[in-house]
Write a protein that binds this ligand. Structure first.
Ligand code: HEC
Length: 133
C-alpha cells in the first residue's frame, strides 16, 4: 500500500482531482466555448437579441420600422445605411444615441437608456439597428 497524500490521494487520484478541478474552472469561466466570436450564427443571435431589446424598451412609441410604430422621432427602417454599423464610428454613434441622446442633441426628447440597459444589450441593439439597410 503506497503512502497516500492526504489532499490529492495517490498519484492517479491526484490526476483525477486535477482534471475535475480543470473541468470546474472551464465550465465556470466559459473557456470551453471554442466557437470563434464573429460567426454568422452568433451575429444573427446578437441581432435577434437586439430586436427583442428594441421592442422591450418601447422604442416604437417614438420610432417606426417598416411601417410599424410612431413618428415622434425619425423613421429607423434604413437607419443602418445612415449610420453604418460596419465602421467603428457608425457603431459608436448608434451606441451613444441610445445610451445618451443628449450627447448628440442637448435638447433631445429621447430618453437615455444607459441606466435602463446593460452595455451588452445596448451593443446588440446597435447591431440590430445597423442591420436595417
Ligand atoms: C420619447 C420618444 C423617443 C423614444 C422612446 C426613443 N426615441 Fe430615439 N429618437 C427620438 C427623437 C425625437 C430623435 C431625433 C434626434 C434627437 O432629438 O435625439 C431620436 C433619434 C434616434 C436615432 C437617430 C436617428 C437618425 O436618423 O439619426 C436613433 C438610432 C434612435 N433614436 C434609436 C432609438 C432606440 C433604439 C430607442 C429605444 C431604445 C429609442 N430611440 C427611443 C425619440 C425617441
Amino acid at each position: 500500500m503506497p503512502h497516500n497524500n492526504r489532499i490529492f490521494g495517490s498519484p492517479p487520484r491526484r490526476w483525477t482531482a486535477l482534471l475535475a478541478l480543470q473541468a470546474v474552472l472551464v465550465t465556470a469561466t466559459g473557456c470551453n466555448d471554442t466557437k470563434p466570436y464573429f460567426t454568422p450564427e452568433r451575429q444573427a443571435e446578437d441581432i435577434a437579441y437586439g430586436k427583442k431589446m428594441y421592442s422591450e424598451n418601447g422604442c416604437s412609441r417614438c420610432h417606426s420600422i417598416n411601417g410599424v410604430g410612431e413618428h415622434v422621432g425619425p423613421d429607423l427602417t434604413h437607419i443602418g445605411v445612415k449610420h453604418n454599423n460596419d465602421t467603428v464610428e457608425g457603431g459608436n454613434w448608434l451606441y451613444k444615441q441610445i445610451s445618451e441622446p443628449n450627447s448628440h442633441n442637448p435638447s433631445s426628447p429621447m430618453p437615455a437608456y444607459k441606466d435602463k440597459m446593460d452595455n451588452g444589450s445596448i451593443s446588440k441593439l446597435t447591431d440590430y439597428l445597423g442591420s436595417l439597410k
